[in-house]
Design a protein around this ligand. Structure first.
Ligand code: CS2
Ligand code: MG
Length: 403
């Protein structure tokens, strides 16, 4: 099962995706997601210039060896660019192995440990009334868990709010990031009111989640967590900039609101302290940004030892390949918690064919051999790369605020 070709396609069907295609001598094709939002071309180059040539002639079945070759064998390790590139190779090789075995990838990972994967969707609004309307529409679609975000009164823009067409939110096109103003005190007053409003209107049966997008200091996060306690959140996500693992000790001292973090993590080392000290409840590392299926399994296995559950990132900038791979992993691990499901813009369906399904709050990866995802290179060619950047945040005094 020699690899004879590995190529990278950068396309923008609704948003930018970097896709790795690996082909074996027997004509089996595997796909991997190498998308790093706002830094897409760096991973494309890492793959094209430094990794694809190393794959030619390797045995596609030797997944762990290839992973180690690319990680341990390189002097410069870790980091989002490297780990996203390795992830794409790893996922493509799992896809190939599944196809060769004639079995869905989850069967190679130990088989299903549950019937379906509980997912959470995104509800948002420019006002609380709009948020309620959107929340209701997600309840109507059967979601058992919903993340809620609303525009912060007084701020011109709030990240994470869907545009008026009801589609998933995306950064604006352009060669420069948009600049937003961030003001913490208004947000700290508003967020608990937003959640209380939803509980009053919709009760406590639905799981309620909220994303802070790394905007608070540890003590502010402690205060927010405490003020959200009456709303009995499923989780408070990314309360503080996540590279500071010990910050979570301080947050923990002040609140019993469950904590989730990790969508920007790239390896087990990024979350080792958070997990082993039980400072979080959910680890949000993803297949595509944390070294692929092979490495994500290690992170979740460590988390399992400490009672931490999974809650993988699944925003629209993770391609359908990444979502499929996540669902295969989610179905198999004992400590699965929840999976984010934001969905993709309609054009993505012209490029990516998927086998996964959604019903009554749960998803399933499907039973096609491999990941169950096809990639149409001709369709992708109709959607050329469209530079986009996530917004930059400044405080009222003009200084840069954290993401
Ligand atoms: C968010 C994302 O889905 C989430 O939880 O934090 O919108 C995130 O900002 C983007 O995926 C960044 O690429
Ligand atoms: Mg998030």
């Amino acid at each position: 099962m020699k690899i004879i070709d590995a190529r990278v396609v950068v396309s923008s069907p609704g948003r930018n995706y970097v896709t790795l295609i690996v082909e074996t001598e027997d004509g089996v094709i595997g796909v991997g997601d190498a998308t790093l939002n706002g830094r897409e071309l760096a991973v494309a180059s890492y793959l094209r210039d430094h990794i694809c040539p190393l794959l030619i002639g390797r045995d596609s079945r030797r997944i762990t060896d290839t992973w180690s070759y690319l990680y341990k064998g390189a002097y410069w390790r870790r980091g989002p660019v490297t780990m996203t590139a390795i992830a794409a190779v790893d996922v493509a090789l799992w896809d190939i192995s599944g196809k060769v075995a004639g079995r869905p990838v989850y069967q190679l990972l130990g088989g299903a440990a549950r019937e379906g994967v509980m997912v959470y969707s995104h509800a948002s609004g420019g006002t609380l009334a709009e948020l309620s309307e959107d929340f209701q529409s997600h309840l109507d679609q059967g979601y058992l868990a919903i993340r809620a975000q609303a525009a912060i009164p007084g701020l011109e823009k709030t990240y994470g709010i869907a545009p008026a067409d009801g589609k998933v939110y995306e950064p604006a096109s352009g060669n420069m990031p948009q600049e937003d103003i961030w003001e913490t005190s208004t947000y700290l007053d508003f967020a608990p009111k937003m959640m209380a409003h939803l509980r009053e209107e919709f009760g406590y049966k639905v799981h309620l989640l909220h994303d802070v997008h790394h905007r608070l200091s540890p003590i502010e996060a402690g205060r927010l967590g405490a003020s959200l306690e009456p709303s009995r959140m499923f989780w408070m996500e990314d309360a503080t900039p996540s590279e500071d693992q010990s910050a979570f000790r301080l947050i923990r001292q002040h609140t019993t609101t469950p904590l989730a973090v990790g969508e920007v993590f790239n390896s087990i080392w990024d979350c080792q302290q958070l997990i082993t000290e039980r400072l979080i409840d959910y680890i949000r590392t993803s297949v595509s940004h944390a070294g692929g299926i092979t490495h994500l399994q290690k992170i979740f296995a460590l988390a399992d030892l400490y009672g931490v559950r999974s809650g993988s990132h699944g925003a629209g900038d993770l391609s359908p390949v990444a979502l499929a791979a996540a669902l295969h992993v989610d179905l198999t691990i004992p400590n699965f918690g929840i999976q984010e499901y934001m969905g993709h813009r309609d054009q993505a369906a012209e490029v990516f064919g998927t086998a996964y399904t959604y019903r009554d709050g749960y998803m399933h990866p499907g039973d096609l051999p491999g990941l169950g995802v096809t990639f149409d290179e001709n369709a992708a060619a109709r959607y050329p790369y469209d530079p986009k950047y996530l917004p930059v945040n400044r405080r009222l005094d003009g200084s840069i605020h954290d993401w």
